[in-house]
Design a protein around this ligand. Structure first.
Ligand code: NAG
Ligand code: NAG
Length: 417
């Protein structure tokens, strides 16, 4: 009898022990609903998110999680999740949906500062994951009439900005319809983006999918990006960027630049783009620099790329000028060691390869091998037909070609075997 009671007491004790354990395990997890969030898409949940963030960030331990539960939509005003945090790793689980205010004048911009919707900053070990959608509600911003509403137009906020952070992982989330750039990484290192989807209308202004600025060791892969501007834009100070398995389009392609605006000294180096597909993009793989800039773009590889009806699949443009009244200058951002390998598909323009380089600072060490680009554009004038109907345009570019390169790019010297 005694031993039976002992066993009962032992089991009760064990149960209590496990219960306390499971509670303490859960204590490093902070659900926004427990901090006052409503999640009906109407009520402003910004304060509740801030409160849950304080707890997540200040948790003393090896990891803590901010939980955004599924099946709900949380309305957020511009908000910043800043560190440094006490917790060593921050998990930001977005299973529910987040939405910005629908109308531009409903955005609460403190001190006239409305540069972004959601910011993450000064975090070391950030894991953003989940199936939720982050809707920047850009539609009304895009349709502002810029002639009448110049200030609001210039202030279109960016979507998500992650800055001054290291060891950042973003996966699975859907980002859509930001008023401006959708997701940016600035001054950050060791960034891993995988399996995400970014969408905005094909004619929405400046809605670059992912923008990089002063960031190093960045890995972006297995993602779908459909937008109104560059799918990925790689800005000044980006180094060691590895992009693979991206489905891009509609959009303006994957671009390095623009660099060297207003005579600025800017640089990008060691960029690898591979195993990617472009559909109906205005450009494919592009390098764009302004006349009069300084700095460099070097060590770039574009390989195993497929195009479906992209207008300018391969383009280097050292005369970048989106507003059509730029002067030519003698200085330019120096472009060298750019490799294009195994690039196939179709263009809906005649010139599928354009290397438009500076007169005073020509492009050097351009290397092409196994390029096969057709044009789908129907021309009446059959006399100007090149091998595939597609042509190249080349000024001040130097380098080598190896094996099959179609269209022919005459400014590159054929490599001898
Ligand atoms: C880039 O990433 C791919 C896929 O993750 C990997 O196989 C490759 O080795 C990486 N390349 C570099 C130069 O880091
Ligand atoms: C600048 O130089 C390019 C290439 O030589 C030329 O096509 C273009 O017309 C020039 N632009 C101006 C504004 O002079």
């Amino acid at each position: 009898m005694r031993s039976f009671l002992f066993v009962i007491f032992f089991l009760i004790g064990l149960q209590n022990f496990l219960f306390v354990q499971s509670r303490s395990v859960r204590k490093n997890s902070f659900n926004v609903l427990h901090h006052g969030a409503v999640g009906d898409g109407i009520h402003d949940d910004t304060k509740a998110f801030m409160d849950a963030w304080e707890h997540t960030c200040n948790y003393m331990g090896s990891k803590s999680t901010m939980e955004i539960p599924r099946g709900k939509t949380f309305l957020l005003q511009p908000i910043e999740f800043n560190g440094p945090c006490k917790s060593k790793k921050i998990f930001f689980r977005i299973d529910g949906d987040l939405t910005a205010p629908k109308l531009p004048h409903k955005w609460r911009c403190e001190n006239h500062k409305c540069d972004k919707w959601i910011g993450f900053g000064h975090l070391n070990g950030l894991y953003i994951d989940g199936r939720g959608t982050l809707d920047g509600q850009g539609r009304k911003w895009w349709s502002l009439n810029c002639k009448h509403d110049k200030i609001a137009c210039q202030r279109r906020p960016r979507g998500i900005i992650i800055a001054h952070s290291n060891n950042v992982h973003v996966s699975n989330v859907n980002v859509k319809d930001s008023p401006n750039f959708q997701m940016s990484f600035e001054s950050s290192r060791w960034v891993y983006v995988k399996d995400i989807t970014i969408t905005a209308d094909g004619d929405s202004p400046n809605t670059d999918g992912i923008h990089l600025q002063r960031s190093q060791n960045v890995f972006i892969s297995d993602s779908v990006i459909q937008t109104g501007d560059d799918c990925i834009s790689i800005g000044d100070g980006s180094k060691h960027v590895n992009i693979s398995k991206i489905s891009c389009g509609p959009g303006h392609g994957i671009s390095i630049g623009s660099l060297g605006r207003n005579g600025n000294k800017e640089a990008v180096e060691s960029v690898y783009v591979r195993d990617s597909t472009f559909r109906s993009t205005t450009n494919g793989v592009r390098i764009k620099t302004w006349q009069g800039g300084k700095g460099h773009v070097r060590n770039v590889v574009f390989e195993h790329i497929t195009f479906h009806e992209s207008s300018r699949p391969i383009i280097i443009d050292q005369y970048y000028c989106p507003h059509s009244h730029c002067k030519n200058h003698t200085s330019a951002v120096r472009i060298s060691d750019i490799t294009y390998r195994h690039i196939h598909g179709t263009s809906d323009e005649k010139a599928s390869v354009q290397l438009l380089c500076s007169e005073t600072v020509p492009c050097r060490n351009i290397y092409m091998s196994d390029i096969n680009l057709y044009t789908t554009r129907k021309e009446n004038d059959r006399s100007s037909r090149d091998d595939h109907g597609s042509l190249s345009e080349c000024i001040n570019a130097r380098g080598l070609s190896n094996g099959i390169v179609r269209p022919r790019v005459p400014c590159l010297r054929a490599e001898r075997h």
